[in-house]
Design a protein around this ligand. Structure first.
Ligand code: BV8
Ligand code: ZN
Length: 242
């Protein structure tokens, strides 16, 4: 397991404003495939980037709907792992800590994180594709998207699709947290999807120490203190040193 520098432990003990920035890798040890991982079964021949777009939904709403219904069934079957729990514990020890996630699952909440900022929405929320009104959750085995009672439009998951802008509130809160952070801990993200990937860089530009927890290299390597290992091992270890 990677060595945790004593200087990092010191810095964490002294820091107040710590920003956690997470991606699909933090949920990998819960059994959720990351975006990089090949999809399984029926969806093996589809690239997530090809399904998670307004164009794909306009072209073939049934297929995109069924893909999200499958993901909802998979998400409903998994539980938070030691990485989610460690972050929730960090938040209790570091009162000004902020958690920003790209994940559309609810594992941070299930682990006890009180207010994760979801930059890309949540797979468990629905809205009308036409008028945008929030729509209720439906059983995860419903094969076709229901219709909006306001305008008759199709129901879609309340997530951010490629080519769509991020929700203003969460984005603004994330940028503010990045500008104020003393330390940003980037966990389980390939840091390739924009504008989310700018968050750790904005924190760095504001003078923060950037720490990266990831078994693989990413574009963040050049600016980060890299802890090479799975989040479910590294974060509990870091927490135990606090
Ligand atoms: C927009 C919700 C315009 C949907 C998602 C600038 C440069 C280049 C491209 C662009 C750019 N600006 C915009 C773009 C285009 C695009 C983009 O970034 N494309 C990429 C692919 C190059 N961005 C957009 O389209 C964005 N919108 O720009 O709109 C606009 C602006 C204003 C007004 C109108 C329009 C919207 C992007 C959001 C898309 N939605 N998700 C859904 O889930 O269905 S993105 C989705 O993919 C996730 O939310 C996440 O953000 C991303 C996946 O990345 P990661 O989470 O990092 O996961 P990944 O699998 O890649 O990596 C996993 C990592 O974990 C790996 O590094 C691995 O090593 C590590 N790991 C594995 N196991 C572990 C681990 N780490 C620790 N522990 C382990 N155990
Ligand atoms: Zn509607």
């Amino acid at each position: 397991m990677t060595e945790i520098p004593a200087a990092l432990v010191e810095a964490l003990r002294a820091a107040k404003r710590v920003l956690f920035f997470t991606g699909a890798g933090v949920s990998a040890e819960s059994g959720l495939p990351t975006f990089r991982d090949a999809q399984t079964g029926l969806w093996a021949n589809y690239k997530p980037q090809d399904l998670a777009t307004p164009e794909a939904f306009a072209r073939d709403p049934e297929t995109v709907w069924r893909w999200y219904q499958w993901r909802r069934r998979v998400h409903a079957d998994v539980a938070p792992n030691a990485a989610h729990r460690a972050i929730a514990e960090f938040e209790t020890r570091l009162p000004d800590a902020v958690l920003v996630t790209q994940n559309v699952d609810r594992l941070h909440e299930l682990a006890g994180s009180l207010a994760p900022i979801h930059l890309h929405g949540s797979v468990f929320r629905n809205k009308c594709a036409q008028c945008g009104v929030e729509m209720p959750e439906v059983p995860h085995d419903l094969e076709s998207p229901p219709r909006c009672t306001e305008c008759g439009g199709l129901c879609r998951p309340d997530v951010v699709w490629f080519g769509e802008g991020l929700p203003e509130g969460p984005w603004k809160a994330a940028v503010e947290a990045a500008a104020a952070a003393e330390i940003v801990i980037s966990v389980g993200t390939s840091a390739t999807v924009h504008p989310a990937a700018r968050i750790p860089l904005l924190a760095r530009e504001a003078g923060a120490l950037v720490v990266q927890v990831n078994p693989e290299a990413t574009p963040l390597d050049r600016v980060a203190l890299n802890l090479r290992g799975p989040a479910g091992v590294v974060l509990p270890e870091l927490l135990s040193r606090l």
